[in-house]
Design a protein around this ligand. Structure first.
Ligand code: SF4
Length: 155
């Protein structure tokens, strides 16, 4: 089950997109130096299709990309909800911020436009650092992944 803790319109998380970023709790990753340890806990409300519809309708027209920030406790649900967005909201792109080293096998790349992988590791820094271990991929129409991590570092 996914639980969402809070959400906001943001400009940095996905380059060239206005993003409705939804933070999910129940994070299993336990990264040392985690910026939001409250997301490890069982907090927030269940992320249902109705909750998703309500969020999208509330912010309709104000964003170009819906980002799942977390959800590593239930990648099957992340994939299912992203598929729902693709089926029902043709103009909205989808992104997933995962803290895992690899993209989970439950993920069908055709449901996503962007996927970030990699846990936060203090010694390598966040996505804005050239030394970062994390990668942001743009998913191309043929299913190939283009590494666009460099876009964070040009600014
Ligand atoms: S994935 Fe994000 S929220 Fe989870 S422990 Fe790592 S830094 Fe914290």
């Amino acid at each position: 089950m996914l639980k969402y803790f809070n959400y906001d319109i943001v400009f940095q998380e996905i380059p060239d997109e206005v993003t409705l970023a939804v933070n999910f709790s129940l994070c299993p990753n336990r990264c040392q130096g985690c910026h939001s340890p409250w997301l490890w806990q069982d907090k927030g409300d269940e992320f249902t299709v109705q909750a998703l519809d309500n969020l999208i309708k509330t912010y309709n027209g104000d964003f170009t990309c819906f980002a799942f920030m977390g959800g590593d406790n239930d990648p099957v649900a992340v994939n299912k909800m992203a598929a729902y967005i693709k089926d029902n909201y043709k103009n909205i792109k989808t992104a997933w911020y995962s803290g895992k080293e690899e993209i989970d096998k439950a993920i069908d790349l055709k449901n996503f436009d962007y996927i970030k992988i990699g846990p936060y590791k203090k010694e390598f820094g966040d996505l804005k650092q050239k030394t970062t271990n994390q990668r942001l991929y743009k998913i191309l129409p043929d299913g190939e992944k283009e590494d666009i991590t460099y876009k964070f570092q040009k600014k």
